[in-house]
Design a protein around this ligand. Structure first.
Ligand code: ATP
Ligand code: MG
Length: 616
């Protein structure tokens, strides 16, 4: 108790705030259950409700039996047949409920669990899809949160359901037993509950510390996860072995674990200690009530049945209250998860979407203009600075510049994955942000530097660029031919139906072959789009494939607006104009000849590469 007196008011306020936060999360989560699966949840609740009546019925019948027996014996009366029958019937009901209900409630639990998990996942996916920009995925804070949610969404809804159902069932059972106790003295249930209060309060206080520590220490948990994934994931397997990194990552893993474990261990010890001390106070209060009940019985004020009722109720309540409190605490980790989830679900899209958006010019006539564009990533890093240029329709522009100069960023702005921090992008004089976004994105076919490898069939992998072609084999073949992957597909046993990727035991392609599939995907999209963007499309290709791709590319882009990002300057020759980026700035622009004449950065790069080839 002295600890309670020493607790400063600000601490109490914090704990109260924590308590209400907990209640709020609890209510929202229970509501979620209902929304996820109303019928199943109702059925499950009914089975729980019936189960919660069992302890009360059993205790009450026991009391009646003892009272009936003692009255009959002491008054030397014949026992009433109907009393006996009704008691037996009561008993049978309790036992029947106890044995009949579990199979149904277990089945209902499993059904609700599955539906809830799927529903939470559905909400998550729907929300992720509603973010039309890349902010949530490229900002490390949001990304971390999202990863954490994704890992836990598999099991946390089950935990939620498990603890909520125990709390629900046990609270009602407790209420029934407490009501049974009131005829003995109105203050008896009160004192039993009050005796538990300090325990609950301090447990909450400690749990609050654990809550804080867990969220504070969660970087440690993330690190543990990361280090073990480095050791266990195929992508790292080669380097980890070659560089002998195993012991380093195991060591890091253990350090992160130790850090987290120490903090949690001391809190758990504190929790156990406080709870055991407080258990004594609760025992004292119960002893007081026990003393009074026995005294009343000895004085003939209470029947023997009531003593049994009291003893059984007390034994039951001890167990039941501990179970409720434990479930409340077991829920804490789940509620941290739910809080994260709600925060994500409540977060607003960061990209303003014009509704209704202006129609996209089809075709674009005067061009795409970048007007004094600057851009900083969410972490504040300036990636583009005061860039101005115009992409003329039907022309090919090459973007060159060293690593990190902002080429990919420029393309992200063009696809409107981000809006510029300063400046405007104009499409035929209309601001890009006021155009219909989906329609604009349809205008862009792009092969990203870090293109995706889908564990789908090779046909689907190509058709994803334009879902209308999903069942159009001819179109798939044309795209495959242009991307130089036609012969490879033809050699596969299942042709376009061949499943790719390791995920579902599919066929694995080489890095270059995957890249060709990604290029085919852009080519198939190109039918509906006006702009083709290739960001380092040939990095993984052999010289022959590279030559062939550029050859088809130059044919393909005829009459289209195209952006070509490349480090291989030989392929730049087909471009109508060249933009040279350096550390986020546009330092040169012009044709190949003009830039060579200028003798600047481009000329230096060109000469460097030319020399390399001269030597070989
Ligand atoms: N998601 C991000 N968050 C923060 N900074 C980023 C992000 N992506 C890129 N950057 C930074 O922006 C700058 C430009 O990156 P960008 O990817 O546009 O370069 P790039 O010219 O395409 O380089 P490369 O030739 O290596 O592909 C770099 O300094 C990079 O560190
Ligand atoms: Mg790049």
């Amino acid at each position: 108790m002295s600890a309670l007196l020493k607790t400063p008011p600000s601490e109490i306020r914090r704990i109260i705030k924590f308590f209400f936060q907990y209640i709020h999360l609890f209510i929202r989560s229970v509501t979620l259950l209902w929304i996820a699966t109303p019928t199943e949840t109702t059925f499950f609740s009914i089975t729980l409700l019936l189960q919660s009546a069992i302890p009360g019925i059993a205790i009450w019948i026991n009391k009646q039996v003892v009272d009936a027996v003692t009255t009959t014996l002491s008054l030397h009366q014949e026992s009433s047949f109907w009393t006996l029958i009704s008691l037996v019937a009561g008993w049978a009901t309790a036992i029947l409920l106890q044995n009949l209900l579990p199979p149904y409630s277990e089945a209902a639990f499993a059904n609700v669990k599955e539906k809830l998990t799927a529903y939470v996942n559905f909400l998550l996916l729907q929300k992720a899809d509603s973010f039309k920009d890349l902010m949530r995925f490229e900002d490390s804070y949001f990304y971390d949160e999202l990863q954490l949610i994704q890992e836990q969404v598999v099991y946390q809804p089950t935990n939620l359901l498990g603890t909520v159902s125990i709390i629900f069932r046990e609270s009602i059972a407790m209420a029934i037993v407490l009501i049974l106790l009131t005829p003995l003295g109105w203050w008896i249930p009160l004192i039993i509950l009050l005796a538990f209060l300090p325990q609950t309060y301090f447990s909450f206080q400690i749990q609050w510390d654990i809550w804080e520590t867990m969220s504070e220490k969660s970087p440690q948990a993330r690190k543990m996860q990361y280090y073990s994934s480095v050791m266990l994931t195929d992508a790292y397997a080669k380097e980890v072995r070659l560089f002998g990194l195993g012991s380093l990552f195991i060591q890091r893993y253990l350090e992160a674990f130790e850090d987290k474990y120490q903090a949690m261990r001391s809190l758990r010890t504190k929790k156990a200690l406080v709870r055991s001390i407080l258990a004594v106070s609760s025992a004292l209060a119960n002893a007081l009530a026990f003393y009074w009940v026995v005294l009343q019985a000895l004085r003939g004020q209470l029947s023997p049945g009531n003593i049994l009722l009291f003893i059984q109720s007390l034994a039951y309540l001890q167990e039941n209250l501990i179970q409720i409190i434990n479930s409340i605490f077991a829920m804490q980790e789940t509620l941290i998860f739910m809080e994260r989830l709600y925060k994500f679900l409540d977060s607003q899209p960061t990209l303003p979407i014009a509704k209704p958006g202006l129609p996209v010019p089809l075709p674009i006539r005067s061009g795409i203009t970048f007007e004094n564009i600057s851009f900083s990533y969410p972490d504040g890093r300036l990636a583009l600075e005061d860039i101005s240029f115009t992409l003329k329709p039907g022309k090919t522009v090459a973007l060159v510049g060293e690593n990190g100069s902002g080429k990919t960023t420029l393309i992200k702005l063009l696809a409107r994955f981000y809006d510029p921090t300063k400046g405007k992008i104009l499409i035929d004089g209309t601001e890009l942000i006021s155009l219909e976004l989906e329609e604009w994105r349809r205008q862009i076919a792009v092969v990203f530097q870090d293109f995706c490898r889908y564990s789908l069939t090779i046909g689907e992998n190509i058709a994803l660029g334009n879902l209308n072609s999903l069942n159009n084999l001819e179109e798939l073949k044309i795209a495959a031919k242009k991307a130089g992957i036609f012969d490879k597909i033809d050699s596969l046993e299942n042709k376009y139906q061949t499943l790719l990727g390791k995920q579902f035991d599919g066929t694995e392609l080489s890095g270059g072959e995957w890249q060709k599939v990604a290029i085919a995907r852009a080519f198939i999209r190109q039918k509906q789009s006006q702009i083709l963007v290739l960001d380092e499309p040939t990095a993984a290709l052999d010289p022959r494939s590279e030559y062939e791709i550029y050859h088809t590319f130059s044919e393909l882009v005829r009459g289209k607006t195209a952006i070509l990002v490349t480090h291989r300057l030989a392929s730049v020759l087909m471009a109508d104009a060249i933009l040279v980026l350096k550390r986020g700035k546009l330092i040169e622009q012009g044709t190949h000849e003009e830039l060579l004449q200028q003798g600047g950065e481009y000329a230096t790069l060109w000469n460097m590469q030319a020399k390399q080839y001269d030597r070989s």
